[in-house]
Design a protein around this ligand. Structure first.
Ligand code: PMP
Length: 416
């Protein structure tokens, strides 16, 4: 792969310019230039996002919605402007379908608690998959315990793909909801999200897609996807921490009761009765993460400016480059060999403990993650406790991968 790639509209990803936008990348760790390959856990922020948040705090901060003074109006405009940016980014029909939350985890808990407690009864079934992040398992497990519903799990193949035949067979009279990821954070598998939606809808069952690892890396259009709910986190898409998005189809959100009570989410309050605010405020109790939302809006602008097609093309080049080099090392075993993968590589080095590998790589300035990646059932499926995971973003380069592979070659004799 060359250092520049062209997206479908003919726009080039100018890697030098892109890297200049990310101050954090330009530092040494343990005397070596930082190579940041932990993007699936949290990505880095460009100056444009950092500056937007700084400017907001320096000039415009006030609480939103409630004030008539100028700063409150400016803050409200910027906060609601960010909602519109997110709406357009995922092509939702209306801003009221965009609920700002703390992150994907909170979004799933919101749906599980609001939709789930209203609609699930003893004996009902919720389908998830074996490759879910704990965030898309535990909230459903908790709501199942509270309502008497049961979890059904789509198995995965040795390559780390969803068993689609098994998925079809899981549907029955009691299936009430499906919640599946678009991309596995532990294996990199890109699931056939549109097909998952189509099958769920054939059975008249609503479906939530966990877009955490998809939305920052590939175009996601909720109307084309057809999902009832989509969740993602700002900090994985070059925005601030503590902000995330729940997209919900308007008819679902209208029918769902609020999850948390407090300011902002009410229409009228008396001690006898409270009525709810309109969407999306009904689901945004309390002072929201104003700066986080505005920063996320700036991240959306930034990603749009580069272009998701260019990002996707660049990252798939990185994945291919890294996979080829890692496959050439006999001691390395890659977990997750799906046909469609995002730029995530989970691997083991001989019998070495992943923590030892990552510690030695860190000594060479290379940041990778180890552990179960909040997906213990995936580890159980493959009979391992943990993996080393390298995950790429569009600011990573083939040269960084070469340095990572060279460092790994030095680490292998130390751990094997
Ligand atoms: N789902 C997936 C697929 C993830 O990768 C993550 C984060 N690793 C989450 C959900 C949870 O996201 P957050 O911690 O930002 O709420």
């Amino acid at each position: 792969m060359t250092q520049a790639t062209i997206d479908h509209q003919g726009r080039a990803l100018d890697i030098e310019r892109v890297r200049d936008d990310f101050p954090v990348l330009h530092q040494e760790v343990h005397g070596a230039p930082l190579v940041f390959f932990d993007n699936a856990a949290s990505s880095q922020r460009p100056s444009q996002v950092i500056e937007t948040v700084r400017r907001y705090y320096e000039r415009d901060h006030a609480n939103v919605h409630r004030g008539i003074h100028t700063l409150s109006q400016r803050a409200t405009e910027a906060y609601e402007g960010a909602r519109e940016k997110v709406r357009a980014f995922i092509n939702a029909r209306a801003e009221k379908e965009i609920v700002f939350v703390r992150g994907a985890t909170e979004a799933i808990n919101l749906v599980a608690n609001s939709w789930g407690r209203r609609n699930l009864s003893p004996g009902d079934e919720v389908i998830i998959s074996h490759m879910e992040h704990h965030s898309n398992i535990v909230p459903w497990q908790m709501v199942c315990q509270a309502t008497g519903a049961k979890l059904r799990v789509i198995p995965i193949t040795d390559a780390g793909e969803l068993d689609m035949q098994a998925y079809r067979r899981l549907f029955g009279k009691r299936t009430r909801f499906v919640a599946v990821t678009a991309v596995s954070n532990a294996l990199g598998t890109v699931t056939p999200a549109k097909e998952l939606v189509r099958i769920a809808h054939d059975h008249r069952v609503p479906i939530l897609i966990d877009g955490c690892q998809a939305v920052p890396h590939m175009p996601v259009d909720v109307q084309d996807l057809g999902a009832d709910f989509l969740v993602f986190s700002g900090h994985k898409m070059f925005g601030p921490t503590g902000i995330g998005v729940l997209y919900g189809r308007e008819d679902h959100l209208e029918a769902m009761p609020p999850w948390q009570g407090g300011g902002e989410m009410i229409d009228r309050v008396t001690f006898e009765e409270t009525t709810w605010a309109d969407l999306p405020n009904k689901f945004e109790a309390g002072t929201p993460n104003i700066a986080g939302a505005i920063g996320l809006g700036a991240a959306v602008d930034y990603v749009n400016d580069i272009g998701l097609d260019a990002i996707q093309a660049w990252e798939s080049g990185l994945l291919e480059h890294a996979t080829r080099h890692l496959e050439a090392l006999p001691e390395v075993r890659i977990l997750g060999t799906a046909e469609h993968k995002a730029a995530v590589i989970s691997f083991l080095v001989g019998d070495a403990h992943p923590t030892d590998v990552a510690t030695l790589l860190d000594m060479k300035g290379i940041a990778v993650r180890t552990g179960h990646h909040c997906a213990q059932p995936v580890m159980q499926r493959f009979g391992i406790p943990a993996t080393v995971r390298a995950s790429f973003a569009f600011y990573n380069t083939p040269d960084e991968i070469d340095r990572f592979v060279a460092a790994l070659k030095k680490v292998i004799p130390m751990v094997c």
